[in-house]
Write a protein that binds this ligand. Structure first.
Ligand SMILES: [Zn+2]
Length: 283
């Protein structure tokens, strides 16, 4: 499932072919994904110049000249493929239409961006750009983990007195938006905090230590995604799924990477999601 760094990578991959260009034709091949598409979506997109791309949490926001913004959510299995010829950039021949190609943006510059989603947990919606903060998927989101509003004081304040496990608190999108299961596991390992520890029972100093670790883990993954972008132009044009080395995530029964630790990584299930941690290094 794509998390914030993957979404950032997809955004960085489609931005060069979308920004400043006009959507010559938006091809919408079904009425819905996870939810129905907005009314007349194809018409509202066709002919619009793309002013810029942004990311909020795990959503890609495409600002249009019509003062509307297209929200794209990749869901569980959503994929973006870029094809076509751009001078000096890359050249992937347009692929034959495939099953699950639900939305295709035919750009005036000759590029094509295909949204393919086998499981259809993805979503697209249109909103007034000026009122994007009121959108139901956005209005309750906490601050961005890489933004200034997310800092030590804020996190200490938000976790104070909380009885929930720290793992669940960091996954709570109202506290910090865009953090998912994989990167929370990695952050807690680096912080040496057990995922089941009650959030309100962790010292302020240890809570504060989470903030730079969250930024580091996400920034490193975004950097890895950026490297994968330089490679994808030689591969098949698919964006956002890159190999990344994890220290605990999906490493159950493998040795802990801490020098001299000697224990193996444990997997437990919390709120229906797998947590991976070292029982020796994380307390
Ligand atoms: Zn260990």
């Amino acid at each position: 499932m794509p998390e914030l760094p993957e979404v950032e990578t997809v955004k960085a991959g489609i931005a060069p072919v979308m920004e400043g260009s006009v959507i010559a034709r938006a091809e919408v091949n079904r009425p819905d994904l996870r939810w129905p598409f907005p009314e007349r979506m194809a018409e509202r997109l066709t002919g619009q110049r793309v002013l810029g791309l942004r990311r909020r949490s795990k959503y890609i926001l495409v600002d249009l000249a019509s003062a509307e913004t297209l929200l794209i959510h990749l869901g569980m299995s959503g994929r973006m493929l870029v094809s076509g010829q751009m001078i000096g950039e890359f050249h992937h021949p347009h692929p034959a239409p495939a099953k699950h190609d639900h939305v295709v943006f035919h750009m005036e510059n000759g590029a094509r961006i295909t949204f393919n989603d086998a499981r259809r947990f993805g979503a697209m919606d249109l909103m007034e750009t000026a009122r994007q903060e009121d959108h139901w998927l956005i209005r309750d989101l906490g601050p961005e983990p890489l933004g200034n509003a997310f800092n030590e004081t804020y996190l200490i304040d938000r976790l104070k007195g909380r009885n929930t496990p720290i793992k669940s608190a960091l996954l709570d999108q109202r506290i910090v938006s865009g953090l998912g299961n994989i990167y929370v596991c990695e952050v807690l390992f680096r912080a040496g905090i057990h995922p089941a520890r009650k959030a309100g029972r962790i010292s302020a100093a240890r809570v504060a230590s989470l903030v730079p670790l969250i930024r580091d883990v996400l920034s490193e993954a975004i950097a890895a995604g950026g490297s994968s972008l330089r490679d994808y132009r030689q591969s098949d044009g698919e964006l956002g799924y890159f190999q990344h080395v994890f220290q605990v995530y999906d490493r159950a029964d493998k040795p802990c990477v801490t020098h001299g630790c000697g224990k193996t990584i444990t997997r437990i299930v919390q709120s229906g999601r797998s947590s991976f941690f070292c029982p020796q290094c994380q307390r």
